[in-house]
Design a protein around this ligand. Structure first.
Ligand code: 7X8
Length: 301
């Protein structure tokens, strides 16, 4: 029962402690705003993000929002967007979280094309992977890991977000098929598309696509191909190509490992974190790169 879960996992905030300053995003069911959360006991005020549900949002939208908050309230990791609490005893109901100043990773990269060093990009990947180590460790499968669902704070720290059951319609609907529910085809492992086998290994596949999104500064995976063409191409062994004009071979191999057909052969998130840390400590390992044309690595060997 979402009402019971919300009481167990989310602190009720008195709306008088919340000040909404500006709308920063919006979906069909409500807005995301920037605001302040005043904590009288500590005489402090902190920047927060506030998701509101339109008063006429309906019961399902309300229970979905409460479910999202109770899911977030169960997590405690530096790379998962943290919940401050909820406002449920007045309208509109609200989810209040830490404020991620740079917004969603896909838009942030698109707005800062070419601006970061490879080590900064690896740091972003590492943050996402670290959040996913935590989620996979508690056996929570995200099912929609994508740059649009990663948020970035003022220190370039990337955190996993969007635990909404109902996908926010502000996203591009074409990212999700209608066949058998809303599956983000370009980010989803073949076994999850074919027979809905969603596991942490299918989240690893999605993470490989997030790596590609980061290295391309937010390019659309598989460009303007149709969802059906993506499914067919991947089934036939096609994989997203090396990025930039000179992609470190060792990074591209990590992406290919995330996209292995046999999910048991994909790296676990802890291995991904270790491999990214190794690259950050030994940048010379990235001197051997692939020119965009020479795609000579078989994804399964
Ligand atoms: N266009 C934008 O949404 C935006 C722009 C700039 C900064 C942020 N920042 C930002 N920071 C934290 C959270 C969110 N969005 C969000 C999510 Cl994803 C789920 C639940 C929830 C949220 O806020 C309160 O409750 N956003 C969001």
């Amino acid at each position: 029962d979402p009402n019971e879960a919300i009481r167990e996992f989310a602190k009720e905030i008195d709306v008088s402690f919340i000040t909404i300053e500006e709308v920063i995003g919006g979906g069909e069911f409500g807005d995301v705003c920037k605001g302040k959360f005043r904590i009288p006991a500590m005489n402090i005020e902190k920047d927060v993000a506030i998701k509101t549900l339109k008063p006429d949002g309906g019961d399902k939208a309300r229970s979905d929002m409460l479910a999202e908050a109770s899911i977030m309230g169960q997590f405690d990791d530096p790379n998962i967007v943290s919940l401050e609490g909820v406002v449920t005893r007045s309208n509109p109901i609200m989810i209040v979280t830490e404020y991620m100043r740079n917004g969603s990773l896909d838009k942030f990269l698109q707005q800062n094309d070419g601006m970061f060093t490879i080590l900064q990009l690896i740091g972003m990947m590492r943050g996402v992977a670290s959040g996913m180590v935590y989620l996979s460790h508690i056996s929570f499968v995200h099912r929609d890991l994508a740059a649009r669902n990663i948020l970035v704070n003022e220190n370039l720290v990337c955190k996993v977000s969007d635990f909404g059951l109902s996908r926010e319609l502000e996203m591009d609907r074409s990212d999700y098929t209608t066949k058998g529910g809303k599956i983000p085809v370009r980010w989803t492992a073949p076994e999850a598309i074919s027979y809905r086998k969603f596991t942490s290994a299918s989240d690893v596949w999605s993470f490989g696509v997030v790596m590609w999104e980061i290295l391309t500064y937010g390019e659309r995976p598989y460009w303007n191909w149709s969802n059906q063409d993506v499914i067919k191409a991947v089934e036939e062994g096609f994989r997203l190509p090396p990025t930039m004009n000179y992609c470190p071979k060792i990074l591209y191999q990590l992406m290919l490992d995330c996209w292995r057909v046999e999910r048991s052969e994909r790296p676990k998130f802890i291995e991904i974190v270790n491999r990214l840390d190794n690259l950050s400590r030994n940048p010379y390992l990235m001197e051997d790169g692939i020119a965009l044309s020479a795609i000579d690595i078989d994804p399964d060997h």
